[in-house]
Design a protein around this ligand. Structure first.
Ligand SMILES: Cc1cc2nc3c(=O)[nH]c(=O)nc-3n(C[C@H](O)[C@H](O)[C@H](O)COP(=O)(O)O)c2cc1C
Length: 212
């Protein structure tokens, strides 16, 4: 191979490399625009294992608009049966609305210090699997909250009739939309530690393992 050919090959390789870099940069921009972020498996697992219920928040420390967007987007990234996505998300970040909800839900006292609440609801006319689908949304929201350095707790509305009607009245939900969970969110006030829950005896490979 003469030096001219080698030079041309080197130029070609350089061009391919630049094109690849350009492509990767464009991909990253697209990920940013759509709110996606890439994380290593270690970071992802660390968020999963760090999640814990937080029931006390720094009063008046507001969750930023950008974080609210990320949390809601993460919720709606959940899987759903037949991809029907029967969820509806009510975001409550107005103090008066938060206090109205807190007054109607004595079991969710943490709403008094939370600065944000997300009510995960399901459209019963869209899917009979709405409870499962909306549970996946709720867990996604809890994980997104953890990853953003915020705290939250899943408080049940469904299947308790009294809680569901309290939420329905406070938020003004139509008859076909049922609330699954109310998630108070905010900056944690105090130390909250995740529990170690791994239990080897509950893991069964290939066949049910009898207790000894
Ligand atoms: C379906 C469901 C309903 C829950 N309801 C409530 C609730 O009404 N009030 C509450 O304080 N916590 C509630 N929790 C939170 C649990 O108490 C909490 O997840 C559990 O104690 C484990 O603690 P951890 O979240 O810190 O791991 C609920 C959790 C789930 C999954």
């Amino acid at each position: 191979m003469n030096s001219k050919v080698i030079f041309r090959l080197a130029c070609l390789l350089l061009l391919v490399f630049i094109a690849f870099l350009f492509y990767r940069l464009q991909q990253k921009d697209k990920e940013k625009e759509s709110g996606q972020v890439s994380a290593t498996s270690e970071e992802t697992l660390s968020v999963i294992h760090s999640r814990k219920s937080v029931r006390n928040f720094v009063p008046d420390k507001l969750v930023g608009e950008e974080d609210i967007q990320k949390i809601v987007r993460a919720g709606m990234a959940a899987p759903s049966g037949r991809d029907l996505r029967p969820w509806e998300i009510v975001v409550i970040n107005d103090r008066v609305a938060m206090d109205t909800l807190a007054a109607k839900l004595p079991y969710a006292k943490m709403l008094e210090t939370a600065t944000l609440a997300i009510v995960v609801c399901g459209d019963t006319t869209r899917s009979p699997l709405w409870v499962y689908d909306c549970s996946a949304v709720t867990q996604n929201i809890l994980l997104a909250v953890e990853s953003l350095g915020l705290g939250a707790v899943w408080t049940a509305a469904h299947p308790y009739e009294d809680r569901m009607s309290a939420v329905t009245n406070a938020v003004g939900l139509p008859a076909n939309i049922l609330p699954l969970a109310v998630i108070p969110i905010g900056y944690p006030n105090g130390d909250f530690e995740p529990k170690e829950k791994y239990d080897e005896t509950k893991v069964h490979f290939n066949k049910w393992k009898k207790a000894e």
